[in-house]
Design a protein around this ligand. Structure first.
Ligand SMILES: Nc1ncnc2c1ncn2[C@@H]1O[C@H](COP(=O)(O)OP(=O)(O)OP(=O)(O)O)[C@@H](O)[C@H]1O
Length: 213
């Protein structure tokens, strides 16, 4: 379970005060709000990419507020995927498990499982420059899921795909989240996408009712 307890963040003129919410284990929550309201800022704070001025972030009862990003056991999928141009699809899927020093047979099993789940088994030796937008998205999601993260963060990860690809990938993602018991936090501007993917939708404005969004 992710538990955000009264966090405040200041970024230049931009301030968020006393934000609290939870994401139950094994569920997906969508965080919505107008452009510039601070959704990405909150996600970056959870990931350890942005300092908070007060409050606590608990992940599975562990206080991760002051841990380094790499120590937080979470993965993030940004809208642009952030694939590594010099790594093959196979190497993307192996990336997290290799850093965590899994043994080779565990890594190979995980690659095969993810490649099958994401329908990218035929692409394992390709580089990102030779992938379509939908294929690249599947690789980014596979890489993020590889280490079975305690939290999967999706920052407008499904934005910008054509309708058919969007629906296919949403369905794959939903299955993966359910089958692997993943806890996920998802940022989107689409209420349709939020209700299709998530168990709960949070509107950022509702978390700070006394402030302008
Ligand atoms: N490094 C920074 N310094 C100062 N202000 C920043 C910085 N990064 C972001 N901001 C400001 O913080 C506010 C929140 O930005 P954020 O990206 O979190 O919003 P968002 O809700 O994710 O928006 P969108 O839906 O457009 O992606 C914006 O006003 C933005 O200009």
């Amino acid at each position: 379970m992710l538990s955000i307890e009264s966090i405040s963040i200041e970024s230049g003129q931009f301030k968020l005060k006393d934000i609290s919410f939870t994401v139950e284990s094994g569920t997906c929550t969508s965080l919505m709000g107008p452009s510039g309201s601070g959704k990405t800022t909150i996600m970056e704070a959870i990931c350890g990419l942005r300092k908070i001025t007060s409050g606590t972030i608990l992940l599975n009862n562990q206080d991760i507020t002051h841990l380094r990003p790499s120590e937080r056991k979470l993965s993030i999928v940004p809208q642009d995927n952030a694939l590594f141009p010099h790594l093959t699809v196979r190497e993307h899927l192996a990336f997290g498990p290799s850093i965590q020093k899994w043994n080779q047979s565990e890594i190979d099993q995980r690659i095969n499982h993810l490649a099958e789940g994401m329908s990218i088994s035929h692409l394992l030796d390709r580089y990102p420059s030779n992938l379509s937008g939908g294929e690249a998205k599947r690789v980014a999601l596979g890489r993020a899921l590889a280490t079975r993260p305690a939290l999967l963060c999706l920052d407008e990860a499904l934005t910008g795909l054509d309708d058919d690809t969007h629906d296919e990938i949403l369905s794959l993602l939903k299955d993966s989240i359910q089958n692997e018991g993943i806890t996920a936090l998802h940022i989107t501007h689409s209420m349709k996408e939020a209700t299709q993917l998530s168990d709960k939708v949070i509107k950022l404005g509702d978390l700070q009712p006394n402030q302008a969004p």
